[in-house]
Design a protein around this ligand. Sequence first.
Ligand SMILES: [Zn+2]
Length: 263
Amino acid sequence: MEVGNIFRHLLIHNEAFVKSTDATKFLAYATQQNPYITLLTCADSRVHGQIMGTDIFNKVFIVRNAGNQVATNRGSIEYALFVLNTPVMLVLGHTDCGAVKFATHACITQSKEIVNLAKSFDKLMKTDYSLINREIKSEMLPLTIPIERGIPDLRKIQNEMKELAYLAQINVDYQIEKALKYYGDRVKENKLTIIGAIYDFVGAYSNQLGRILVTNINGIVNPIDLHVEAKKIIKRIPNYDENSEGFKVASRLIDEKVTRIIA
Ligand SMILES: [Zn+2]
C-alpha cells in the first residue's frame, strides 16, 4: 500500500472507531489505568491484541520488542509490575519469529558442524540478511544465547515448523529465567505469576491456527508439572465449583493448550 492510502486509512479508521465507541467508555479510564496483565511480546505485526479478547482496553499493558526480550524494556515492564501491580506477566513468543530466525542464522553461520542438524536450516542459510544494520543486530543478537541452547535438541524434532517454534519456546523460557531473576521475589510472595506462551499461527502445535499455547508457568517447564500448575491456578478462582460447566471447560482447555514441543 502506498503512503496516500495508508494516511487515508489512518484517518478513516480512527474516525470509525470514534463513532462506534461510546464516550462513557473513555471517561471510565480517563485519569488512570488498571491493567491486569503485563504482556511482553514480539513487535511482529501478526501478533495482535485481539488474540486475548476483543476488548483489551485498560486490561493489557503491552511491551513489545523484537523477540519479546526482558532486557530491552525493563523500565516499561517494571512500571507495569511495580507501579500498576499487574498480578500476571505474560511472555508471549510466536511461530515464524523473524528475530528467532535471525539469531538462529547467526548461530549456524558461526559453526559449520550444526548446519546439517535441522530441516529448517536449509532455508535459513539462503535468507539474505544484508539489510540488517548494526542497530538491528545489537537488539537481536542477545537471542543467540537461548537459541544456542535449543539448537542441539533440534536433531530430535526434524520438522521445519516445529523446529522454529521450539526455538521460540526456548527463548520464552530464557526470558522467564531473566524475569524470575529480577521479579522472583514477587512470584514467591504470590503477588505475581509469570506465564510463558507461544502464539501459533502456522500449526506447529495443533491444527487449530491462532492458538496461544502455555509452555511455562513461573519457570516450570516439565509438561506434567506444568499441567498441575495450570490446574492449581484455575482453582484459585474464588468459590469455584469443580463440578460446574465453567470448570470443565477450563480443564478441557488446559488439556489442549498447556503443552510444549518436546525434543
Ligand atoms: Zn517475532
